[in-house]
Design a protein around this ligand. Structure first.
Ligand SMILES: Nc1ncnc2c1ncn2[C@@H]1O[C@H](COP(=O)(O)OP(=O)(O)O)[C@@H](O)[C@H]1O
Ligand SMILES: [Mg+2]
Length: 275
């Protein structure tokens, strides 16, 4: 008999709830959050400030173990932090007194590797994130975008199963931000990595994600999951990109159900220019 077993998701959140004790009672930060992330997927968790995105990442990282429901990685329940999860935050969190390669090395302190293997992995990661020649530079000698590349390299050096990014480009200027979104896609492709990116930026979510998980606030919960079927590289000015932008903005801010615009008139010669 031919029986098909679907592959195990890399990450599985089931029935996640999270409450914080606050002055005067309890704050329900997350309610009934369910999500499976497949091998190789690029997920964006999109939501306004305070809807529980960072809280969810903290639970997945294993920094907070007090919650309802279960989070599994490769089928195993999460218990504390571990090298199968690499993390990048909005601030690069590099040590100013360490060089680029020493900062990256910190990502593999818990790995059982010889010093030759560690050096080889650092070299590979420096190549991967495009920082060749900056091995011995200190953080103050790097631009904001370069510092985030180092942070990504540190997040990947222990060969995690999934890379978690919490608003990683939020502090960068608009142009660098766009370049880093492209760079993230290139790194994802080269490293063959699964990723979960937290963002409040609709365009960023559409540009990088296979699926956008839209969160609603108070309590933080999933409002909708939108698949982005556009080929890469994605054109931020394309018709479908803009339609998705409008739809997702509506999901973030509007009430009721999104009404798609009427179909556009096809075959106008000018229409081609939209792509
Ligand atoms: N340690 C904490 N104690 C009390 N409330 C918290 C704590 N951490 C987060 N919160 C609250 O939980 C909600 C979600 O926060 P957070 O996950 O940081 O949101 P986001 O990352 O989406 O901006 C917010 O209302 C925040 O104030
Ligand atoms: Mg946050």
């Amino acid at each position: 008999m031919n029986s098909f077993t679907p592959p195990l998701p890399i990450v599985s959140f089931s029935g996640i709830g999270k409450r914080f004790a606050v002055a005067g009672g309890e704050l329900e930060a997350i309610r009934a959050f369910d999500l499976d992330i497949a091998d190789g997927e690029s997920i964006a968790l999109l939501g306004s400030s305070g809807c529980g995105k960072s809280t969810l990442l903290r639970l997945l990282i294993g920094l907070d173990t007090e919650f309802d429901g279960e989070i599994r990685i490769d089928g195993k329940a999460v218990r504390g932090i571990g090298s199968e999860r690499g993390i990048v935050f909005q601030e690069h969190r590099l040590f100013p007194w360490l060089t680029v390669e020493q900062n990256i090395d910190l990502g593999q302190v818990n790995e059982k590797l010889t010093s030759a293997e560690r050096t080889r992995r650092i070299e590979q990661l420096i190549q991967l994130v495009g920082l060749d020649g900056f091995q011995h530079a200190y953080p103050h000698q790097l631009s904001g975008g370069m510092a985030q590349r180092v942070a990504i390299a540190r997040g990947l050096v222990a060969s995690p199963r999934i890379l978690l990014l919490d608003e990683p480009f939020g502090a960068l200027d608009a142009l660098t931000r766009q370049q880093m979104q492209e760079e993230l896609l290139a790194i994802r492709a080269r490293a063959g990595i699964t990723s979960l990116l937290v963002t409040h930026d609709v365009e960023e979510a559409i540009f990088v994600a296979d699926r956008v998980v839209v969160m609603a606030p108070r309590p933080g919960r999933i409002k909708r999951i939108v698949s982005i079927d556009l080929p890469h590289p994605r054109n931020r000015n394309g018709y479908e990109f803009n339609r998705l932008r409008e739809e997702l903005l509506f999901e973030l801010t509007g009430d009721g159900d999104y009404q798609a615009p009427p179909p556009r008139i096809e075959n106008l010669p000018l229409d081609r220019l939209a792509y």
